[in-house]
Design a protein around this ligand. Structure first.
Ligand SMILES: Cc1cc2nc3c(=O)[nH]c(=O)nc-3n(C[C@H](O)[C@H](O)[C@H](O)COP(=O)(O)OP(=O)(O)OC[C@H]3O[C@@H](n4cnc5c(N)ncnc54)[C@H](O)[C@@H]3O)c2cc1C
Length: 372
């Protein structure tokens, strides 16, 4: 079998990249060993927050903002194509300080962002509780990132998969075992059911990326970091906005369910939901909004962030021509899907990526890993 591009993995990255490549007229085959979108991309909270996640102005912050700026359009597009709703809500993100030390940290962050003219509002405790009356009386104040958003990643992953299929991408079931090279160039893949020759390969296998032979990345470039989530049900809805504290977060859905997350655990691919994990995420949620202690727990799950050594994604071509990376998105793969799709599709098709990909090149990883 021969195609223009073969994509390894049909999570949010693989499906979004396939969507853009198919729209550019390329023949694209996406190989997924299990169910498209069913791994990390369905386990995420769905927070789209450069303000809390990127911390410092710089290339990663700019990448996150560029992706956030694309999100409303991306959602309109995949909703129209798939006929599904992905629960996008642009109500802003709060990071609350529940003690004086965290209040000092937040004040320092606000100063840096304001100095660079970047969007942030500083709220005192009373103003925070006007926005979210369900929050703890302990809230000393908060940073408010008013133009940020959240969505439900499960329908998003499915909608992007449907949109990519309708744009012409072919999704096949098959575990990729090896990236083939000839004369040092990537020429396709071997998978459980055979071989596919291609002009380019995109590695988007999430936390499993280094299990694909011939990946071309240094050892430790991507590892699984488990995250656990518990969902509680509030009626009427207790909160509207995503709220972070220094220890975790809560993500309200419009129907009153509230996701409580998450842990960051180096336990390999052990997909357990543990008593300690639940104690942590529920404890954080109750600290943020004490009435949650009375809410029934209705669902729990865990999955694996594809973690890079610096928490930033691995994007673009590395040392093997024709092999492109869309992996290592760590905590922000949902947020970064639209910019990843545009940037990787441009790189694969010889266009100019909409952002400079050099800070996210796999070339940075060797030095970071050697320092450890
Ligand atoms: C608990 C939790 C909460 C999170 N919250 C957020 C959040 O609020 N906001 C945010 O932006 N991000 C969040 N994330 C991070 C986000 O989920 C990930 O960064 C993102 O989903 C990664 O997408 P992906 O497509 O690379 O990986 P995945 O969704 O894991 O997809 C990889 C796919 O590749 C397939 N695959 C693997 N190996 C092979 C192979 N050899 N052959 C074929 N297929 C293969 C897998 O089956 C899988 O379907 C969270 C993650 C977790 C775990």
């Amino acid at each position: 079998m021969r195609t223009d591009v073969v994509v390894v993995g049909a999570g949010i990255q693989g499906a979004s990249v396939a969507l853009r490549l198919a729209q550019s007229g390329r023949r694209v085959i996406v190989l997924e060993r299990a169910i498209p979108g069913a791994e990390a991309s369905s386990a995420a909270g769905g927070i789209l927050s450069p303000g809390v996640e990127a911390l410092e102005p710089g290339p990663f912050y700019a990448l996150c903002r560029a992706s956030l700026a694309r999100y409303a359009g991306f959602v309109r597009e995949v909703e129209a194509s798939s006929g599904m709703s992905v629960g996008y809500r642009a109500l802003g993100t709060l990071e609350v300080a529940l003690d004086d030390e965290h209040a000092r940290v937040l004040a320092g962050r606000a100063e840096k962002l304001e100095r660079e003219g970047l969007p942030v509002q500083v709220l005192d405790g009373a103003a925070v509780r006007v926005l979210e009356p369900g929050l703890s009386e302990q809230a000393r104040g908060a940073l408010f990132f008013a133009d940020e958003a959240s969505l439900d990643p499960r329908p998003l992953a499915r909608a992007v998969y449907v949109a990519a299929s309708r744009a012409g991408a072919t999704f096949l079931t098959g575990e990729v075992r090896r990236i083939r090279t000839e004369g040092g160039r990537a020429t396709g893949v071997d998978h459980a059911g055979g071989r596919i020759d291609a002009g380019a390969v995109v590695l988007a296998a999430g936390s499993w990326s280094l299990l694909v032979e011939g990946h071309g990345l240094p050892a430790g470039a991507v590892r699984p970091v488990r995250g656990q989530i518990a969902v509680v049900d509030t009626r009427p809805p207790l909160l509207s906005r995503v709220v972070f504290s220094g220890n975790g977060y809560v993500v309200p859905r419009p129907d009153g369910r509230i996701l409580c997350g998450s842990t960051m655990e180096d336990v390999g691919w052990e997909k357990a939901v543990t008593a300690g994990g639940l104690r942590h995420v529920l404890g954080v949620a109750i600290e943020i909004a004490p009435p949650l202690a009375q809410a029934p727990v209705v669902e729990t799950w865990s999955n694996f962030r594809p973690a890079s050594p610096d928490g930033e994604p691995i994007l673009g071509e590395g040392t093997i021509p024709g092999l492109f990376y869309a992996t290592g998105h760590t905590r922000n793969g949902i947020l970064l899907a639209p910019i990843t799709a545009d940037a990787i599709a441009a790189a694969v098709t010889g266009g100019v990526p909409p952002v400079d990909l050099s800070p996210f090149s796999p070339a940075r990883l060797g030095a970071i890993l050697r320092q450890r």
